[in-house]
Write a protein of this length. Structure first.
Length: 374
């Protein structure tokens, strides 16, 4: 598989689809030495089932493990850390990863419990989990979905699961986009398998899944993310970290140079087109994307994704019930930038000094829903 290629496979059996894609891409030949230590990095942002639209289907990881072991690779680990506010151990159990890892005798590394070290990532000091340094070949398995702050998340942002929670919080104080781009210089992605089966085009934590029954593969994380932007009806300019990562030398975002191939069950190309062309299979995906339009003022300052996502979900829930916008609501403060400040109304523990605030780190969607409704 070449760096400018993206393979797509549509179907109903994720294990078979994954194995077909990996064989067509020549993954075993790309890895080479059977003694290499291979890491598989899914998205287990929160303990919700994959059909909810937020987490990587365990069947895709099973297909990867099956393919690797059948091709003589034995030193394989799965590594991931959930977002701040959830425990990876819960997602590991609830999302079916214990079953898969035990079936194939593969170790799972919870990066929330891993030690860490600081690395100069092309001019920006970032803290990475130590397990990253033990890997010879990284297979990234993100979910293509929307994000309440960055609008899109796929290959590049999925590497946030390999940094400690304290660094995840610091990413938000640095505006997310710049550190995500620099993270691409600190953690190399060798191969990408995108879960595009039923990602939520609006929210990182799921809840609004749109079924496409597709799995994609690629080698260039910048190109994969540029194509993900297109499928969500966005440009790379809408998601600044994509172009920032390109400027740092992590890949190419030019979809004119991309060759997109749709494969059949035999791994044969049945359709090939430029990344700029419209894929008729994806017409519905971008139309389902929602945004946070609260019709009131939000004073957002370095908020973490889990906190902002909970606010977004609560507001959209009220809107769907015909209860939004309210006749009166004070400015909503949210984010780490409000620590030790005072005001009228805030979301999360960072706003604990406000006259009225919704506690939690992150607060629960239902608690925000009830408070806003009241």
């Amino acid at each position: 598989m070449k760096n400018n290629e993206i393979y797509l496979r549509y179907g109903v059996d994720p294990v078979e689809m994954t194995v077909t894609l990996l064989a067509a891409a020549g993954l075993s030949e790309d890895i080479g030495d059977r003694k290499k230590r291979i890491a598989v990095k899914p998205n287990l942002v929160t303990p919700t089932p994959a059909d909810y639209g937020a987490t990587t289907h365990p069947e895709i990881v099973e297909g990867i493990l099956m393919y690797l072991q059948n091709n003589g690779f034995s030193d394989i680990v799965v590594m991931e850390g959930s977002w701040v506010g959830d425990r990876t151990s819960q997602a590991y159990e609830y999302c079916g990863y214990r079953t898969v890892c035990e079936k194939y005798g593969v170790t799972f590394i919870d990066t929330q419990k891993d030690s860490s070290h600081t690395v100069n990532c092309d001019g920006m000091e970032l803290t990475l989990c130590d397990c990253v340094e033990t890997v010879d070949y990284m297979i990234n398995v993100p979910v293509l979905k929307g994000h309440c702050q960055t609008k899109m998340t796929c290959a590049l942002k999925n590497m946030k699961g390999l940094i400690p929670n304290s660094e995840k919080r610091r990413f938000h104080t640095n505006g997310l986009h710049k550190p995500i781009a620099h993270l691409s210089r600190g953690i190399r992605q060798d191969f990408i398998v995108v879960d595009h089966i039923c990602g939520d085009p609006s929210f990182e934590e799921g809840g609004n899944p749109v079924r496409t029954d597709c799995i994609m593969t690629g080698k260039d994380p910048v190109l994969v993310d540029a194509y993900a932007c297109k499928l969500l009806g966005l440009t790379t300019g809408d998601v600044p970290y994509v172009e920032m990562a390109e400027a740092l030398g992590s890949g190419c975002s030019d979809l004119k140079q991309a060759s997109v191939r749709i494969l059949n069950e035999k791994g044969e190309t049945v359709k090939e087109f430029s990344g700029e062309e419209i894929n008729p299979y994806e017409a519905v995906f971008a139309k389902e994307r929602k945004t946070l339009d609260v019709a009131v003022d939000i004073d957002e300052s370095n908020s973490c994704s889990a906190c902002f996502a909970a606010l977004t979900a609560a507001v959209n829930r009220l809107r769907e019930e015909g209860k939004w916008p309210p006749q009166r609501l004070p400015v909503i403060a949210i984010g780490q930038g409000h620590r030790n400040k005072k005001g009228e109304f805030g979301i999360g523990n960072c706003c604990r000094n406000y006259m009225d605030f919704i506690p939690g780190c992150p607060p629960k969607e239902d608690d925000i829903y009830q408070a806003l409704q009241k």
